[in-house]
Design a protein around this ligand. Structure first.
Ligand code: ADP
Ligand code: MG
Length: 229
């Protein structure tokens, strides 16, 4: 099992008040699945994704990623797990805009001391995989929204992750470009990478094999994996 989430609960303190953003979420995700986490704005999707992506912890519950008990890790171990297993894609791309495409994609490799030559090779491969090999010499701010998201996806891929977590990855794109990005996620999934996409958009969720619907921090529906594949 790739992801085992059991009773995940997250409360935010706002002054003296407490707000339960995630309420007892329990579910599993298998290796190689393609899952949408769907819900309206404020439902708790990003809160959940940040926990799954090891960027934040829950107040209670447990989370295993690839058999590792994530909440038992110290900061260094968590950072390492994130670097080895997880790719992250965000709505606003989060690229360094004045830097070139290859620099942006290479960034995660600096953290695990990959040799230079291997860096080059890997960057070339992932840029080809997302279909923008020809844009490598441009700066991020010279690209269209769709191209920028492809660069961000290439960066998420460069460490060969088991899973990509994407938070509203098509939220800043028009509907045609969104479809292309979803096709790209599908192709990556066919290569065996699990994809977990947070979205408020039903059309985007429909592109995935399984929908987990969240409302007011609670999981209210889990369609399970589509059997035809
Ligand atoms: N750091 C925070 N402090 C206080 N409240 C927060 C914080 N982050 C999120 N929230 C609240 O938790 C709820 C869920 O937020 P979020 O997970 O971002 O929802 P979604 O991604 O589904 O729009 C929202 O009501 C939001 O206002
Ligand atoms: Mg959000």
């Amino acid at each position: 099992m790739l992801i085992e989430a059991e009773g995940l609960t997250k409360t935010y303190k706002i002054g003296r008040d407490k707000f339960v953003a995630l309420d007892n979420a329990t579910f599993n995700i298998d290796e190689g699945e393609f899952v949408a986490i769907q819900g309206t704005s404020g439902a708790g999707k990003s809160t959940l994704l940040h926990i799954l992506g090891c960027l934040d912890t829950a107040d209670s519950g447990s989370y295993h990623l690839g058999g590792v008990d994530v909440f038992k890790l110290n900061d260094r171990e968590t950072a390492r797990l994130r670097n080895e297993k997880i790719g992250f894609v965000l709505q606003d791309f989060s690229l360094i805009n004045h830097k070139k495409v290859d620099f942006n994609v290479m960034l995660p490799l600096y953290f695990n001391k990959t040799p230079r030559r291997e860096m080059r090779e890997r960057v070339e491969n992932v840029l080809d995989a997302v279909g923008i090999g020809s844009q490598v010499g441009k700066r991020a701010n010279q690209l269209s929204g769709g191209q920028r998201q492809r660069v961000a996806i290439a960066r998420a891929l460069v460490n060969d992750p088991s899973v990509i977590f994407a938070d509203e990855p098509t939220g800043a794109l028009d509907s045609k470009t969104s479809k292309e990005v979803m096709k790209l996620f599908r192709r990556l999934n066919e290569k065996g990478i699990a994809i977990v996409i947070v979205t408020h958009d039903n059309a985007i969720a429909d592109c995935c094999d399984r929908k987990i619907v969240i409302e007011d921090g609670k999981i209210v529906l889990d369609s399970g994996r589509k059997t035809e594949k």
